[in-house]
Design a protein around this ligand. Structure first.
Ligand SMILES: Cc1cc2nc3c(=O)[nH]c(=O)nc-3n(C[C@H](O)[C@H](O)[C@H](O)COP(=O)(O)OP(=O)(O)OC[C@H]3O[C@@H](n4cnc5c(N)ncnc54)[C@H](O)[C@@H]3O)c2cc1C
Length: 413
């Protein structure tokens, strides 16, 4: 009999892993809390942009639904407000795509089922339930996000500098915002106050714009995150428009007042999260183990749009390790694989956590150089899909200087 892998959680991490294991002929069972229709019918939980590497993995999984250029977000526009505001835009070498995860994940789950995968609707609630499942598998992979199973994997204080949420999040899918020119995503940063992201997005109503407000607690963006805004979609939309008017004039110019509003009344989300890295694996008793991936292991703030992209990368890394591994899945296997996964994750965590703080001087000098030189802007934006290169380029002033110099020495296309 071959290896049997149990996977808990049908988010991008669990679904990319399940689809990959199906391709590799490794037996797996996916434990999903919801069926595809339930996934489609809830409110949005996030507004995910998938970069080129994730789209390439999707393609290799035979997920071709989102391949068309109709779903492309090829450009990223940024404005950093301040005494002397900076504006830059860069082209991604491979376009990103922002598709409503309620549609995307339901489709992936249907693909798993359509390809003959074993999917069990079950919701283990704690470590005892998980141990029951673990007894049926050689290894359990927990991809259940930042929900109830997270405490199975204790917080790693050395890798988790935050104790409270550095941002409060509020966002929605809106009609009445024209795409930027050239098309893609926009981000307005107001240092000390927060960020306003606005990717062009594909949802149930076709093309809309996701507006995500990231509010520094206690700052001016807090005005849209009160309980009254959760209960009243129109008040929320008005609050978002007021913030955009004051803090993101370049986005405001694209708003058609007559059309502006939430695409559907439940197309809004509110919340906050504490960026956290947990221990990546746990003993389940009887010699069985569980490995955490995706948000079940590491929660990043959405500021850098990396969590789902990282979950997908981890899924493929785990599948590769399972494909080549011979022998049991003991503590040593889990520990070694978890550290290999950390090598992939660390640049994302370090970069995201750095951007949550006051802008580092070298980051400001990079953004200033990018606003004045398209080659630097393109090199910086390309790194959104290459976290190790991004972290290398911003982690120390001398590296940033070398990155700028190297970009400036390339010839314009
Ligand atoms: C506002 C916002 C914007 C974001 N924007 C981006 C972005 O642009 N790019 C990006 O890469 N990332 C982004 N992220 C982060 C991204 O959403 C997450 O990192 C990613 O979705 C995590 O995927 P996951 O599969 O690990 O976990 P989840 O997406 O949380 O999936 C976990 C699944 O497990 C299920 N589950 C939970 N508990 C159980 C249980 N006990 N039993 C069975 N199933 C269970 C859940 O129902 C869910 O289906 C954003 C996040 C937010 C909040």
């Amino acid at each position: 009999m071959g290896t049997s892998i149990g996977i808990v959680g049908a988010g991008i991490s669990g679904l990319h892993l399940t689809l990959r294991l199906q391709q590799l002929g490794i037996e797996s069972t996916l434990y999903s809390r919801q069926d595809p229709d339930e996934i489609r019918s809830g409110p949005p939980l996030n507004f995910v942009t998938r970069f080129g590497s994730t789209r390439e993995r999707e393609n290799s999984l035979g997920i071709t639904e989102w391949l068309s250029s109709e779903f492309d977000n090829p450009w990223m526009h940024m404005r950093i407000e301040g005494e002397e505001s900076l504006a830059l835009r860069g082209a991604l070498p491979r376009p990103a795509s922002s598709v409503d995860f309620r549609i995307y994940l339901a489709g992936l789950l249907e693909a798993v089922i359509g390809r003959g995968g074993t999917v069990v609707q079950r919701r283990p609630a704690d470590s005892r339930d998980l141990a029951d499942l673990a007894a049926h598998h050689d290894l359990l992979i927990v991809a259940a996000g930042r929900g109830e199973l997270r405490d199975v994997f204790p917080r790693d204080p050395a890798r988790s500098p935050f104790r409270t949420a550095p941002r409060v999040l509020a966002g929605g899918l809106f009609h009445g915002i024209a795409p930027p020119e050239p098309p893609g995503m926009t981000m307005n940063m107001v240092p000390g106050v927060g960020e306003i992201h606005a990717p062009t997005f594909h949802s149930f109503d076709g093309r809309v714009t996701a507006v995500l407000i990231e509010a520094v607690p206690g700052g001016a963006f807090q005005t849209v995150i009160g309980p009254e805004h959760r209960d009243d979609p129109e008040l929320f939309a008005k609050g978002v428009l007021d913030l955009v008017t004051t803090y993101a004039p370049s986005l405001r110019e694209r708003v058609d007042d007559k059309e502006f509003g939430l695409a559907r009344p439940n197309d809004a989300m509110h919340g906050s999260l504490v960026p956290t890295v947990r221990r990546g694996w746990a003993e389940m008793g009887d010699g069985r183990h569980a490995l955490a991936i995706g948000d079940a292991w590491i929660v990043n703030d959405p500021l850098t749009a990396q969590g789902a992209n990282l979950g997908s990368a981890q899924a493929f890394q785990v599948a590769r390790a399972l494909e080549s591994h011979r022998g049991g899945y003991d503590a040593q296997f889990c520990m070694t694989l978890s550290e290999q996964l950390w090598a992939t994750a660390q640049p994302v965590v370090d970069w995201t956590n750095m951007f949550l703080g006051a802008p580092a001087p070298q980051v400001m000098s990079l953004l200033a150089a990018a606003s004045g030189d398209q080659r630097v802007a393109d090199a910086f934006i390309a790194n959104l899909d290459d976290p190790p290169a991004m972290w290398h380029s911003i982690s120390r002033p001398e590296r940033t200087a070398a990155f700028i110099e190297s970009a400036q020495s390339t010839r314009s296309a």
